[in-house]
Design a protein around this ligand. Structure first.
Ligand code: TPP
Ligand code: MG
Length: 329
C-alpha cells in the first residue's frame, strides 16, 4: 500500500463524512424534518472519494440526483448543504432547491441534477470551455448505469472524443436504475465496453475499493489534463439503501442486500485493509469518526436554527443577472 498516512486518513474522513451525513439525513427525513425527496449514496462512497482525491479545486464535476457524496468529496460546506436539504434560507440555493439542486461553482461543483443523464453535456461544455481558454482544468461527469441508456450519454461521449476534450465519464454502476436491474436494460456486459464505439479507453474498476478507484481515476484524469482526451470509467458498486428514502424495495431480497453489506461495503473494506496492514489503528479511525460526527451535529444544528426563506423571496434568483450564478454564490 503505497499511500501516505495523510492520504489514508483523508480517504477515510471523506468516506465516513458521506456515510454519516447521509445516515443523519435518512433519520431526519423519516422523522419528518426534511421536505421533498432524498436519494442516498450509502454504499458508493469509494467512488466519489477515490475520483475527487485526484481533482483540484478548479476542476469541474457534474452530479446526479444522488449527489450528496460528490458534493461533500469536492469540498462543499456541510452546513450550507444541510441547510439546503432542510429548505432553509442559509442553504446553497437559499432553501429553494433542496437535495437535488445543490451546486457550488466556487469549488467547480456544477450541480446535482434531477434530470437523469442531464450532466453529460454540462461536463462536455465545461471541458470545451477549458480547452478553448487554454486552462488545464478537467471535467468529471458522474452518472448512473440507467443514465448510460439515455441519448445524452452517446452525444456527450462522441463529442468529447471527436474534440479530445478533458472529460472523465464516471459511471457509477450500482446495479439498479430505480427498480430495474441494469442487466435487463443494458446491451453490453460492461458499460465501459461502450467506449469502443467512441474510440476512447473504457475501464472497469471495483467501485467498492477506494484504492482501485483512486488509481484508475488518476490515469484518466492525467490523460484528460495532458490533452489525451476522454475516458469512460465504470465503477462497479452497489446501492445499499433504497432508491429514495421510503422505497419499499420490492425488486430485491433482503438477503441480497445483506450479502453486499457484508462483502462490498467500501468503509468496511477500507477498515479491513488498513488495519491488516497496520497503517491506521482502531484509535485513529475512531478519532476521525468522532470529529466527523461533531461536524455533522453542528451542521444539523445550523440548519435547524436557520430561518425558512420569506414568502417575498419567492421570485428572487430565478434569472441570472450579468453572468452571475443563481446558485452557489
Ligand atoms: C430524464 C429522466 N427520466 C427519468 C427520471 C426518473 N428517474 C429518477 S432516478 C431514475 C433512475 C436512475 O438510475 P441510474 O442512472 O442508474 O442512477 P441511480 O439512481 O442508480 O444512482 C429514474 C428513471 C428522471 N429523473 N429523469
Ligand atoms: Mg443505478
Amino acid at each position: 500500500m503505497e499511500f501516505s498516512q495523510e492520504q489514508l486518513e483523508a480517504f477515510y474522513r471523506t468516506m465516513y463524512t458521506i456515510r454519516s451525513f447521509e445516515e443523519k439525513i435518512n433519520d431526519l427525513f423519516l422523522a419528518g424534518e426534511i421536505p421533498g425527496f432524498v436519494h442516498l449514496y450509502i454504499g458508493e462512497e469509494a467512488v466519489a472519494t477515490g475520483v475527487m482525491a485526484n481533482l483540484r479545486k478548479t476542476d469541474y464535476i457534474t452530479s446526479t440526483h444522488r449527489g450528496h457524496g460528490h458534493t461533500i468529496a469536492k469540498g462543499a460546506d456541510l452546513k450550507r448543504m444541510m441547510a439546503e436539504i432542510f429548505g432553509k434560507r442559509t442553504g446553497y440555493c437559499r432553501g429553494k432547491g433542496g437535495s437535488m439542486h445543490i451546486a457550488d461553482f466556487s469549488i467547480g461543483m456544477l450541480g446535482a441534477n434531477g434530470v437523469v443523464g442531464g450532466g453529460f453535456n454540462l461536463a462536455v461544455g465545461a471541458a470545451l470551455a477549458a480547452k478553448l481558454m487554454g486552462t488545464d482544468q478537467v471535467a468529471v461527469c458522474f452518472f448512473g448505469d440507467g443514465a448510460s441508456n439515455r441519448g445524452t450519454f452517446h452525444e456527450g461521449l462522441n463529442m468529447a472524443a471527436v474534440w479530445k476534450l478533458p472529460v472523465v465519464f464516471v459511471c457509477e454502476n450500482n446495479q439498479y436504475a430505480s427498480t430495474t436491474p441494469y442487466r435487463t436494460t443494458t446491451s453490453v456486459e460492461n458499460i465501459a465496453d461502450r467506449a469502443i464505439g467512441y474510440g476512447i479507453p473504457g475501464v472497469v474498476v471495483d467501485g467498492n475499493d477506494v484504492f482501485a478507484v483512486y488509481e484508475a481515476a488518476q490515469a484518466a484524469v492525467e490523460r484528460a489534463r495532458s490533452g489525451g482526451g476522454p475516458t469512460l470509467l465504470e465503477a462497479k458498486t452497489y446501492r445499499i439503501k433504497g432508491h429514495f428514502v421510503g422505497d419499499p424495495e420490492l425488486y430485491r431480497t433482503r438477503q441480497e442486500v445483506e450479502e453486499h453489506l457484508e462483502n462490498d461495503d467500501p468503509l468496511k473494506n477500507f477498515r479491513r485493509q488498513v488495519l491488516a496492514a497496520s497503517r491506521l489503528s482502531e484509535r485513529e479511525l475512531a478519532e476521525i469518526e468522532a470529529q466527523v460526527r461533531e461536524e455533522i451535529e453542528e451542521a444539523v444544528d445550523f440548519a435547524r436554527k436557520s430561518p425558512f426563506p420569506a414568502p417575498e423571496e419567492l421570485f428572487e434568483d430565478l434569472y441570472v443577472e450579468s453572468g452571475e450564478a443563481a446558485c452557489g454564490k
